[in-house]
Design a protein around this ligand. Structure first.
Ligand code: PEP
Ligand code: MG
Length: 915
């Protein structure tokens, strides 16, 4: 006979209070964050804090409610009744009693905090029957009618209007209507504050409120405590799917099936006169991380008054002075006993939870109560400060510390940003792709020359272009920010701006640029050169005019100390993509341990590039080997010096130098003068020039004659580059420096391509050793940026010393999305949920990741110690860095400004692994 299954009794209601609790702090999934922490505060043997008794109805009931046409499990009613009885016993009060009534609050509480997104109803249980009892108990008629008018306002709004699905007329809800009635009375009596209203006035107002509720909503305000209680419970569950809550979950990526718990808790009153108060406090300052108790409070008020901003709260102590008024009435002075108790409790709480907490408290006639505690939100500066302090205080260890600062918070410390207050008050003009983080404010210019001149004159400008190309580089450098109408996250503008840590928005298709008129149109407005814009490159938002800015600090001592902790936790190496000494130095300053991608062709862009660029143009327009070798010999000294300078700046660390991967057509001159000069140098006619230039034009240059394909067709190009690298290295060795060059072959898809190039490199090495007498260790590896290379990686690993995943091209070729043209369709894909993210920003772990995993596995089967890195834009994106850590990469490489983020992300990946 099969064993009889024991029926599992589901517990839908969990009690807390008076030193006991059915649940605990670990039960957030079931009890929600608020319920779990109330249970922990009330019931944990080391805490047993003064929490008003109550109970939590679980999130499972919310799920049931929504899955069963807004009904409850059968056993719920009895469970709520039993728990209410328990609370009555603990408080000595009775729900609905005429002589000794218990009032409760009914509040939401999801697993993860959704501040202000769901509903709360206070003072539930006040009826015409219980009011006299409350007056007799408190001896304060004014207080009781004030509580009653609050109940009517909240209940009619939350339960009778919102939860009932009534759409207010002219967008004017019942709460607003009642609020206006309240203001009218105050104005008539010339009262400044609600507290001046008398008992009689409040009583009359309550009667008028109820009549208005009936008139507007067509229903009587309930005068039965049970009806009020169940109405409130249902409304909180209903608020889980309110518009605000759903929108918030979409933004914060909180699953819609989690549900909220409902907390029913004995009311305690901060509005019982001058010996009562209510407030919100943080165990440390959430704005700057100072390790002092911080908070504000209001005497004679209920919690909603603090949040609603009707009255200006006072600081609880000298550490909380804000300069916004009432700064002298410290709680520590006004109610010293309660403050002392609160201070002692906050210390215990922080020790217990090992994090900065946000605490809601009420003082009822001198007696302190804790209504809530949760991990407090904080900004980036505070997050770093707290993590450092808590390690010092031995409250947390280093592995925990690295998880306390999010990459976005760290980013706040690295860039100047638009003042969030100013931004909140402004309306964006347009939205594009957030290609370069931080903020910038400046006037519009449309070309490089004007940008450079403005910079010289000490002006901040925003370079606005349809799209950028290598000829814009100097202007981009000079501008405070770049805004383009076209292009994706790996477009030229985005790559360059990110490399410099410059604010940049690309693919902002709402703007149209008229270069002839030197104007830009957006949102029906036309802007001319000289008009001001403010850009938020972190969010991709463009604003009209000048918004206030806040400084970002790169030499921040705390940042350095925190990143040192990250380094002690991470196992993944972090290198930078850099191709000049200044960027290499910046990368070192930010803690890079080498260069993972030095793009040789960048020497042909920007300042001082005229001569090598001229030689390069001759090289690509050559028609014979002799012509080409001559041009290559002209390029050689520039290339050697360029490589040498960067190798020097990175001495002691590995530098991966990628052989040229230039889209050739980009270097063909267009201007009349430039064409004439080239024709003269090559001794050819303009007709011949045109013939050669046309021959270089490609239908699809991204998949054209580039990378290793150039080396296969013209081996002399590879030989010259290898020689430049080895000679640069040999000269530095002569100077006594340690250099570790790694030659990387791009755009490989067949192992034989590498096999064809390796002898050229080896031959160049031999020649350099013969010439300089200096030997060195070097590596020859490849990029994996074409799906075929990933698929056949077992063969490729056999002939390569290392792999670096070029995930820009690997993404392009896996998706078949042109990396420069995604602005036209990827935003729609994201909007419609076809794609979750832009795959050029966040590595597509499912598809591209599949290829990478295979390549790593197959490669390491052939060469167990194969060195593996990534140098596509994903190398600085936190979730992609975590993927690389999990897949056993040796390092990630990203632009210098993203090195700190990559160090943090690598440490977090390691810390999560340890967890
Ligand atoms: C890549 O393809 O990921 C890469 C780093 O190379 P590039 O961006 O220069 O094509
Ligand atoms: Mg590439």
């Amino acid at each position: 006979m099969p064993a009889k299954k024991k029926a599992v009794k589901t517990n839908y209601v969990y009690h807390f209070g008076c030193g006991k609790a059915d649940g605990n702090g670990a039960m957030k999934e079931l009890l929600g964050g608020k319920g779990a922490n109330l249970a922990e505060m009330a019931g944990h043997p080391k805490l047993k804090l003064p929490v008003p008794p109550g109970f939590t109805i679980t999130t499972e009931v919310c799920t049931y409610y929504w899955n069963n046409k807004r009904t409850y499990p059968k056993t719920l009613k009895a469970a709520v009744e039993a728990n209410l009885k328990k609370v009555e016993k603990e408080t000595g009060k009775v729900f609905g009693s005429k002589t000794n009534p218990l009032l409760v609050s009914v509040r939401s509480g999801a697993r993860s905090s959704m501040p202000g997104m769901m509903e709360t109803i206070l003072n539930v249980g006040l009826t015409l029957d219980t009011i006299p009892g409350m007056i007799a108990k408190t001896g304060d008629e004014r207080f009781v009618y004030d509580a009653y008018r609050r109940l009517i306002m909240m209940y009619s709004d939350v339960v009778m209007e919102k939860a009932a699905g009534i759409e207010p007329k002219d967008d004017k809800g019942i709460r607003k209507i009642l609020d206006e009635m309240l203001c009218e009375v105050k104005a008539k009596r010339h009262y400044k504050s609600d507290t001046e209203l008398t008992a009689k006035e409040l009583k009359e107002l309550c009667e008028r409120f109820k009549k208005e509720v009936k008139k507007v909503l067509g229903k009587e305000f309930p005068d039965n405590p049970q009806e009020q209680l169940w109405g409130a419970i249902g409304a909180v569950f209903a608020s889980w799917n309110g518009k605000r809550a759903v929108a918030y979950r979409n933004i914060e990526k909180i699953p819609h099936d989690w549900g909220t718990a409902v907390n029913v808790q004995t009311m305690v009153f901060g509005n019982m006169g001058e010996t009562s108060a209510t407030g919100v406090a943080f165990t440390r300052n959430p704005g700057n991380g100072d390790s002092h108790f911080y908070g504000e409070y209001l005497v004679n008020a209920q919690g909603e008054d603090v949040v609603a901003g009707i009255r200006t709260p006072s600081p609880i102590n000298k550490w909380s002075v804000s300069g916004h008024g009432n700064d002298d009435k410290f709680l520590a002075v006004v109610m010293p006993k309660a403050y002392k108790e609160l201070d002692a409790i906050q210390k215990r709480l922080e020790k217990h939870f090992r994090d900065m907490l946000d605490i809601e408290f009420t003082i009822e006639d001198g007696r302190l109560w804790l209504l809530q505690c949760r991990v407090g939100k904080r900004n980036g500066i505070a997050a770093v400060q707290m993590a450092l302090d808590m390690v010092k205080e031995k409250l947390i260890n280093k592995t925990q510390a690295v998880l306390r600062v999010s990459p976005a918070q760290l980013d706040e410390l690295l860039h100047p940003i638009v003042d969030p207050k100013a931004e909140k008050a402004a309306k964006p003009l347009a939205k594009g792709l957030p290609a370069g983080p931080g903020g910038a404010c400046g006037y519009i210019v449309f070309d490089t020359q004007t940008a450079i001149e403005a910079k010289k004159a000490g002006k901040e400008v925003i370079l606005v272009r349809e799209e950028t190309n290598p000829e814009d580089v100097e202007g981009m450098r000079a501008a405070a920010a770049i805004l383009t109408a076209r292009g994706g996250m790996t477009s030229h503008a985005a790559l360059v701006a990110r490399g410099w840590g410059k604010c940049c928005i690309v693919g902002c298709s709402e703007i149209s640029v008229n270069l002839a008129k030197r104007t830009m149109s957006v949102a029906g407005k036309t802007f001319k050169e000289g008009d001001f814009l403010t850009l938020n490159g972190t969010r991709g938002l463009v604003y009209e005019g000048k918004l206030a800015m806040l400084d970002g600090g790169t030499s921040n001592k705390n940042l350095a100390a925190f990143l040192k902790i990250c380094d002690s936790v991470r196992t993944l190496g972090v290198r930078a993509n850099a191709d000049n000494p200044a960027d290499a130095q910046k990368a070192r300053d930010f803690g890079a341990e080498g260069i993972g991608l030095f793009r040789i062709e960048h020497m042909f862009y920007g300042a001082n590039s005229e001569k090598p660029l001229f030689a390069l143009r001759k090289m690509i327009l050559s028609s014979t080997k002799e012509e080409r070798v001559k041009a290559l010999n002209e390029i050689f000294p520039y290339m050697k010096n360029d490589i040498k300078a960067t190798l020097k700046a990175m001495a002691g660390f590995p530098v991966t130098i990628r052989l040229m991967d230039p889209p050739l057509h980009e270097f063909v001159p267009h201007s009349k003068d430039a064409v004439a000069a080239i024709c003269k140098a090559l001794k050819i006619s303009e007709v011949e020039f045109k013939k050669r230039a046309d021959a270089l034009a490609e239908v699809n240059p991204m998949m054209g004659h580039r990378g290793i394909r150039l080396g296969v067709t013209y081996p002399e190009i590879t030989s010259m580059q290898a020689r430049a690298i080895f000679e640069a290295a040999a000269e530095l060795i002569k100077e006594g420096l340690k250099v570790k060059p790694e030659i990387m072959i791009p755009v490989v898809c067949i192992d034989k391509e590498i096999i064809s190039q390796k002898p050229l490199i080896e031959e160049a090495y031999k020649q350099v050793v013969a010439k300089t007498g200096k030997k060195m260790e070097y590596k020859v590896g490849t990029m994996i940026e074409i799906p075929r290379a990933a698929i056949t990686s077992a063969k490729i690993a056999a002939v390569a010393d290392f792999y670096s995943f070029g995930t820009n091209d690997l993404t392009q070729m896996s998706f078949g999305f042109s990396r420069d043209d995604i602005g036209a369709f990827v935003p729609s894909y994201i909007e419609q949920g076809v794609l979750k993210h832009d795959p050029f920003q966040i590595l597509d772990q499912e598809g591209v990741g599949f290829l990478i995993k295979h390549a790593v596995k197959a490669g390491r089967e052939v060469k167990p110690k194969l060195k593996i890195g990534i140098c596509g834009e994903h190398g600085g994106e936190p979730s992609s860095v975590e993927f690389c850590h999990r897949e056993g990469f040796n390092y990630v490489s990203c632009s210098p400004f993203r090195v700190p983020i990559a160090r943090l992300a690598a440490a977090q990946a390691a810390a999560k692994g340890k967890k």
